[in-house]
Design a protein around this ligand. Sequence first.
Ligand SMILES: Cc1cc2nc3c(=O)[nH]c(=O)nc-3n(C[C@H](O)[C@H](O)[C@H](O)COP(=O)(O)O)c2cc1C
Length: 185
Amino acid sequence: MSDIIQFLQQRNSAPKLTEPGPSAGQLEEIFRAGLRAPDHGRLRPWRFISIAGDRRIAFGELLEHCLVARSPNADITTRDKARNAPLRAPLVVVVVVNVTEHPKVPAMEQRLSGACAAQGILLATEASGFAAIWRTGANAFDRAVMDGLGLKASEEIIGFLYIGSRQGPGKPIPELNTSDFVSSW
Ligand SMILES: Cc1cc2nc3c(=O)[nH]c(=O)nc-3n(C[C@H](O)[C@H](O)[C@H](O)COP(=O)(O)O)c2cc1C
């Protein structure tokens, strides 16, 4: 079996991440992998927002502000969790999809292309010796978060990719049987 196939079969998210994250040069290569997402009509419906260093603090403040707007009675623990969320990794990449009207490419296909871009980034991150996890949650669907990040009205968040170095041992990879998922017709 080729090393690449084996690598694909063993991709593994990392919920616990620490320094270092990828360098600017490594990140450039990682984003280039994201840009190879399948893309019906070559709409290039995706873009990526990188949030690193102190910008994570500002992003955390935005998340806390939006949490309080959504849930005015949020307790201090919940507020702290929201504010500190971006500090869980050296880098957060927001995957954004610009959903537009197209005669042949429905909105769902544009979102799926964004998801493929996200997967490309996850795989390239891991191939570069780092680790990552794709998260969403209420923040991903909150227009106020999108506005705070400067998204246009037609843009949506597909995911927050937390990227850094794996902290602790990797999670076990589930043993799945292809026969449970594959059939012939
Ligand atoms: C669209 C999407 C959103 C996700 N959102 C979250 C999330 O908010 N929090 C979380 O812990 N995992 C989330 N996950 C799951 C993790 O990214 C990851 O797939 C899961 O922990 C299983 O690990 P594995 O990918 O290594 O099998 C999401 C996955 C996808 C595809």
